[in-house]
Design a protein around this ligand. Structure first.
Ligand code: SAH
Ligand code: SF4
Length: 345
């Protein structure tokens, strides 16, 4: 919901001051499908609000699901579409949100990158992806007439479509709303942001002094290779990226998670193990997430199981701080890097 517009709409309808907070509270509960269902408001006001304001800036177009993952195609007010994913295989229900329609970064292994950038998302559109899922969970809970507690999103990762650090102002506003006790009230440690490596923004992020987790898509510790699969490496070299990450860890004393998807013949050789070990081993707060590459159209080929195991055992032998992150949702094209707007999702 556009919170500024809410204030204006209430002023236009000569409402007392307390209505604003009352409606915000309702909104962030995520259980209402429209203003009309907020029965703690006078009927006339509900009608006026439904006529002049949208409760959500995103509308469900389609949802597909498998055992652990659900992916929604959402339509925005201008007709643009984005994807968001709900994951249920952990202690917490986790939502992966998009930060842009498409992405300008053009990484060669990522489906979103092949779309180009259509536009930035507003803070409201980022937040509403989480509320959308809370609303889905609530409706399902009611349909099932379950006696259990109402399920809700407990973790948010900004790892959907787009490069979040290129939509800085709206990202920060959205994160504040998601984190704020008056907003979605999710603890900062339950929120993660992933960047392809916009070095100056990593420093700005450190200066925000939050407990929000940071992930960086590394994918290669070889400058030439990284440039060939991630054009961002031409803007910010590995050295610059590393320096920014060092400033981040010094300032925040928090870990950085480096994402590394194994691609056949690209970043899975013994030399690559040397380079990535050198990179990760240089700072005790650097941590590696090794990921099997998810297949995308016209993308790279994943390394073989055998190669993956070899890479893994060599990192273990070297006592590198790392873990393997298996991803779910591949069948739905809902896994990392597979989000793209097609005519049929
Ligand atoms: N633009 C940001 C965040 C969105 S991408 C970034 O690049 O970090 C979310 C994650 O998916 C990133 O870690 C990215 O490196 C990873 N990713 C992209 N394509 C992938 C693929 N085909 N297989 C596995 N992970 C992929
Ligand atoms: Fe954009 Fe991230 Fe995909 Fe690269 S990996 S194209 S930065 S969404």
């Amino acid at each position: 919901m556009d919170i500024n517009l809410l204030q204006k709409t209430l002023d236009d309808f000569n409402q007392p001051k307390f209505r604003f907070n009352q409606i915000l509270k309702n909104y962030f509960k995520g259980i209402f499908g429209s203003f009309d269902s907020m029965t703690d408001l006078p009927k006339q006001l509900r009608e006026y609000l439904d006529k002049n304001l949208s409760l959500y800036s995103v509308k469900q177009n389609k949802v597909v699901s498998d055992q652990y993952t659900q992916k929604a195609l959402l339509e925005l007010k201008d007709g643009q579409k984005i994807e968001t994913v709900l994951m249920d295989y952990d202690d917490w229900l986790t939502v992966c949100v998009s930060s842009q329609v498409g992405c300008p970064m053009n990484c060669s292994f990522c489906a979103t990158g092949k779309m180009g950038l259509k536009r930035n998302l507003t803070a409201e559109e980022i937040v509403d992806q989480v509320l959308f899922w809370n609303n889905v969970l609530f409706k399902r809970h009611c349909e099932e007439q379950s006696d259990e507690a109402i399920p809700y999103v407990g973790r948010v990762v900004v790892m959907g479509m787009g490069e979040p650090f290129l939509n800085w102002d709206n990202l920060i506003e959205a994160l504040q709303i998601i984190n704020s006790p008056e907003g979605l009230n999710l603890g900062a440690r339950k929120i993660s942001v992933s960047t392809s490596g916009i070095a100056d923004k990593i420093i700005d992020f450190a200066n925000l002094d939050t407990q929000i987790n940071l992930a960086v898509s590394l994918h290669s510790a070889n400058q030439k290779t990284r440039e060939s699969i991630m054009p961002v490496a031409k803007m910010f070299s590995l050295d610059e990226l590393k320096k920014a990450c060092e400033i981040y860890t010094q300032k925040t004393n928090r870990q950085i998670f480096f994402e590394y998807a194994l691609m056949k013949g690209i970043n899975d050789s013994p030399k690559d193990i040397d380079l990535v070990s050198e990179f990760i081993g240089s700072n005790k707060l650097f941590y590696l997430n090794l990921i099997p590459l998810n297949p995308v159209k016209d993308g790279m080929e994943p390394s073989s199981e055998q190669k993956f195991k070899e890479f893994e055992s060599e990192l273990t032998r070297r006592r590198m701080p790392f873990s393997v992150r298996r991803s779910f949702g591949q069948e739905l094209n809902a896994a990392c890097g597979q989000l793209v707007i097609q005519n049929n999702i």
